[in-house]
Ligand binder design. Structure first.
Ligand code: FEO
Length: 167
């Protein structure tokens, strides 16, 4: 089934948005390493790898549909975070932006009758619920402190010990 041109364009842009997300989380890992927050650095570096996997899933899907992958320029992320809360807020904002885009692709695939894409993109719809939850729950934990206080240091220590955050 031939893909609608606008949907294909949007899907190619989503590949770019996922690569940008990886770039953003690598930038956050750099920031957290600079301020000696190894737990947050591990978390964000691990998350960057997930974003690369998201980009690859869509990249492979475009090829599976016998369509052309169009790799676009990746912008440099804005890294002017004043504190860890600022950075995690930026992560949540970015995930909300990605969710809006995934929802639009899902909605358009339904409207255009592209049922294979509708089914494929459902994995991302669910993934976004988990991604927003990850950063929202982290912000909730951090919300009662304003800067790199001992509370945030404790959260950092917990993250560092989490076995699922691998190098
Ligand atoms: Fe692939 Fe965090 O969105």
């Amino acid at each position: 089934m031939k893909m609608d041109n606008k949907l294909l364009e949007d899907l190619n842009e989503q590949v770019n948005r996922e690569f940008y997300a990886a770039y953003l989380y690598f930038a956050m890992a750099t920031y957290f390493t600079e301020i000696n927050m190894e737990g947050f650095a591990k978390l964000t570096k691990n998350h960057a790898k997930e974003e690369l996997d998201h980009a690859k899933r869509i990249y492979d899907y475009i090829i599976l549909r016998d369509e052309k992958v169009n790799l676009l320029k990746i912008d440099a992320p804005d890294t002017n975070w004043n504190n860890p809360i600022d950075a995690i807020n930026a992560a949540l904002d970015h995930e909300k932006f990605v969710t809006d885009n995934i929802h639009r692709i899902y909605k358009t695939s339904k409207e255009k009758g592209d049922y294979p894409l509708e089914v494929f993109i459902q994995w991302f719809v669910q993934e976004q619920v988990e991604e927003e939850h990850l950063f929202q729950s982290m912000l909730d934990k951090m919300s009662h402190v304003q800067d790199c206080s001992c509370e945030i240091v404790n959260i950092d220590r917990e993250l560092k010990l989490e076995s699922n955050y691998v190098e």
